[in-house]
Design a protein around this ligand. Structure first.
Ligand SMILES: NC(=O)c1ccc[n+]([C@@H]2O[C@H](COP(=O)([O-])OP(=O)(O)OC[C@H]3O[C@@H](n4cnc5c(N)ncnc54)[C@H](O)[C@@H]3O)[C@@H](O)[C@H]2O)c1
Ligand SMILES: [Zn+2]
Ligand SMILES: [Zn+2]
Length: 395
């Protein structure tokens, strides 16, 4: 089969590799019909190289049709239409029972000290081949799937794998009070979708990015937008001015490690690029290649006693947070990977009839899988107003 594989920093290739087969009785094989590129994939593309096996198949946002099931997968049949969540979880353990599927005790990557195994996401998360391919082996398939109805196009459902539950959890964790305000930092797919969900719930949304096309999408949906290029030094003041001098009740950080304007990040990144992988991995974990600019903005912009919801992914440990300010402002902080299956029943009704969140034309590009390398480059550079790329493995 054809698959997009990782070969180094900014080096994604189309390789021909063997088709996956059933290895465990709890596996299923999916023929992928649509698969997306995520902002999290850009972390692999750019900074997380030391943690990746060369040749790993990328991708964690696939959907498709069941081709084969293992003996114990009685909840799925060949031909079923399914979306595959980005995390692998059993549905049966204590954590899954709590709706904390990202902490699944069956798939936790214990030798790395990490939570549930993820598709296509580094040795830290189980080194499992991902879904930017023609076929995907799904472990724990009895639970790691979302059945979706026949009829509507893939565009309606594919974001259930990640974007929708991530944005949904971000808004839930933000705990915006009735009649309250929310600031969304970053208007990539996650921040854009969180904006739509929050507006749909009737919240007032302020939103920040520094890319024209992304600002326009949020403005068109009804958010009050700020261009960070015009507010590089006074964003918090501008936000307070619009919120009675206080700041917003809640802030979602949907930026993550690619934050623009972080101090030292470029240099640290280039340094680790020159080190042997084992050493670089250690340097990144401890010295930090953090790009915490957006977190600092969130702390500054949230009102006293407000809540920050972190959905952007960060790595490293050394970059200090202003704990004194966080304590003094009595900030509540919630974060983590989205527990996909936790939110599916809440989201699915919004995808079936009308399309209140506008998912059907949320993507900006739908290309053949073989143009994947080009698509990564375009998405990273935000060329051609790219916000979300869907790939079709049949092309
Ligand atoms: N928690 C989860 O389960 C989960 C799931 C998916 C993605 N993510 C993470 O969410 C983050 C966003 O994902 P995405 O797909 O939307 O990625 P993206 O890279 O397309 O979006 C990030 C956006 O932030 C903007 N930005 C950069 N610096 C900024 C700053 N200082 N202030 C405001 N905006 C800034 C960029 O212009 C860009 O539009 C990533 O870190 C990704 O890894 C988390
Ligand atoms: Zn993703
Ligand atoms: Zn579990």
């Amino acid at each position: 089969m054809k698959a997009l594989t990782w070969h180094g920093k900014r080096d994604v290739r189309v390789d021909t590799i063997s088709d996956p087969t059933i290895e465990q009785p709890t596996d299923a094989i999916i023929r992928v019909t649509t698969t997306a590129i995520c902002g999290s994939d850009l972390h692999l593309y750019e900074v997380l190289g030391p943690f990746i096996r060369e040749g790993m198949v990328l991708g964690h946002e696939p959907m498709g049709v069941v081709e084969a099931v293992g003996a114990e997968v009685t909840s799925l049949a060949v031909g079923d239409r399914v979306v595959i969540p980005f995390q692998i979880s059993c549905g049966d353990c204590y954590m899954c029972g709590q709706g904390l599927q990202t902490q699944c005790e069956t798939t936790q990557v214990r030798d790395q000290g990490m939570g549930a195994m993820l598709f296509g996401y580094t040795k830290l998360y189980g080194d499992k081949d991902g879904g930017q391919a023609q076929y995907l082996r799904v472990p724990q398939a009895q639970y790691t799937h979302i059945k979706v109805p026949e009829g509507p196009p893939d565009e309606r459902f594919v974001y259930l794998s990640d974007v929708l539950p991530t944005a949904w959890q971000a808004v839930e964790y933000a705990g915006v009070p009735d009649g309250g305000s929310l600031l969304v930092l970053g208007l990539g797919p996650i921040g854009d979708m969180a904006t739509r969900i929050a507006l749909h719930r009737g919240h007032r949304v302020l939103a920040v990015d520094l890319v024209d096309a992304r600002l326009k999408r949020a403005r068109d949906r009804g958010a009050e937008v700020f261009d960070l290029r015009e507010h590089s030094n006074d964003l918090a003041e501008a936000v307070r001015e619009l919120t009675g001098g206080r700041g917003t009740d809640s802030v979602i950080d949907a930026v993550g490690m690619e934050a623009h304007g972080s101090r030292g990040a470029k240099i640290a990144q280039q340094m680790t690029g020159l080190l042997p992988d084992a050493v670089a991995a250690k340097v990144m974990e401890t010295a930090g290649v953090d790009r915490l600019n957006a977190v600092h903005l969130a702390i500054d912009c949230v009102r006293r006693g407000g809540t920050i919801s972190l959905s952007g992914v960060y790595g490293g440990m050394a970059d200090p947070l202003p704990l004194l300010t966080m304590f003094d402002k009595q900030i509540q902080l919630r974060m983590g990977q989205a527990n996909v299956k936790r939110w599916v029943d809440d989201i699915l009704p919004l995808l079936i009839d009308d399309d209140p969140l506008g998912v059907e034309d949320f993507h900006t590009h739908r290309w053949g899988l073989t143009r994947g390398p080009e698509a990564y480059k375009m998405f990273q550079n935000k060329d051609d107003d790219c916000v979300k790329v869907l790939l079709d493995p049949a092309l």
